[in-house]
Design a protein around this ligand. Structure first.
Ligand code: AMP
Ligand code: ZN
Length: 112
């Protein structure tokens, strides 16, 4: 499958990893929009938040269970924002479900 994050998951494209296990991978965003900007992805391809189902939602729950560990490993100590873009109007650019973890500084109050 020609998917950038699948290629990062299988090692075809390198990434700066924060956390990895058999189900999920977290790595630094190549174009950070906050002092600390990490992306968390399921290893199994899910296109977007709009494609979460009864069958795959357990991995999404697992991602949220691991986010505190990932944020802490990335050096975030004072809170963070979790964002996921889904579909054209959100400007989702990589069609593999990912959660942006933004922190390391005081973020703007409003995201638009
Ligand atoms: P989105 O616009 O929500 O789909 O987010 C995609 C994110 O992936 C953007 O923040 C990009 O900076 C990031 N990104 C694109 N290519 C890479 C890469 N090779 N390594 C790490 N992050 C990337
Ligand atoms: Zn993928």
């Amino acid at each position: 499958m020609n998917c950038l994050f699948c290629k990062i998951v299988n090692g075809e494209i390198p990434s700066n990893k924060v956390y990895e296990d058999d189900k999920i991978l977290a790595f630094y965003d190549i174009n950070p929009e906050a002092k600390i900007h990490v992306l968390v992805v399921p290893k199994a391809h899910i296109e977007s938040a709009n494609d979460i189902t009864e069958e795959n939602s357990i991995t999404v729950a697992y991602i949220f269970e691991k986010i505190p560990v990932i944020a802490s490993r990335a050096g975030i100590t004072n809170g963070y924002r979790i964002i996921t873009n889904s579909g054209p109007d959100s400007c989702q650019s990589v069609m593999h479900l990912h959660f942006h973890i933004l922190g390391g500084e005081k973020l703007p109050e409003h995201i638009r």
